[in-house]
Design a protein. Structure first.
Length: 201
């Protein structure tokens, strides 16, 4: 059976068609990107609200004479203050990581907190996987959780439900994947990575 001859022009058109199909397959709809923006905004607002409520609660408690009850209240108060410092240190690290990541991703759009290149997956893979920032984040979270556990007696530590969980995951094909890949995999768009960081903080 003889081969069909294809002239260079037809070959070029066919190649461009394949490239177009590949681009369409890899493109992420704006509605999905906008959804991640909304999730991130809600997480940031929720976190700020919780911080204000916690601060108000602590300020109110510090004015209460019961704070000096050494048998019942003082130990709990001291644990709460120590926990607050541990969490604050982790939040400072995550905020710094977010700002560095956004800068590497092209910064924010004018007069907004939206990332300039929300669909960019290369920067996520490079920043979190190749430069090991996902592993660094995992270790920071793990260290903070261990420090929180040490504030409690050993027989109470198993009852603690500390989040986020830092377990490895499973892909859609059933393959075991690391925590780093589960959260910041090679096809994670920048806006999704930013939302995940907001969730951790």
């Amino acid at each position: 059976m003889s081969k069909v001859k294809v002239n260079p022009r037809q070959r070029f058109i066919s190649l461009m068609y394949l490239v177009l199909l590949a681009m369409l397959a890899l493109s992420i709809p704006d509605t999905v990107l906008n959804a991640f923006d909304s999730i991130s905004d809600n997480l940031v607002n929720s976190t700020q609200r919780t911080k204000h409520e916690t601060k108000d609660y602590v300020n109110s408690f510090e004015q209460n004479p019961l704070k000096n009850d050494e048998k019942r209240i003082t130990p709990a108060y001291e644990k709460a203050m120590a926990s607050r410092e541990i969490i604050k240190d982790l939040e400072v690290f995550i905020d710094s990581l977010k700002e560095t990541f956004v800068t590497r991703a092209g910064g924010y759009k004018a007069q907004s907190l939206e990332i300039n290149s929300p669909e960019n997956t290369d920067i996520t893979n490079r920043f979190f996987q190749k430069e090991k920032n996902a592993t660094l984040l995992k270790e920071k979270i793990k260290t903070a959780q261990q420090q929180l556990q040490l504030l409690f007696p050993e027989n109470q530590r198993t009852d603690l439900d500390l989040k986020p969980y830092i377990n490895d995951g499973v892909s859609s094909t059933g393959k075991k994947i690391s925590w780093e890949e589960k959260n910041f995999g090679p096809e994670t768009p920048a806006v999704a990575a930013y939302a995940i960081l907001s969730m951790f903080s």
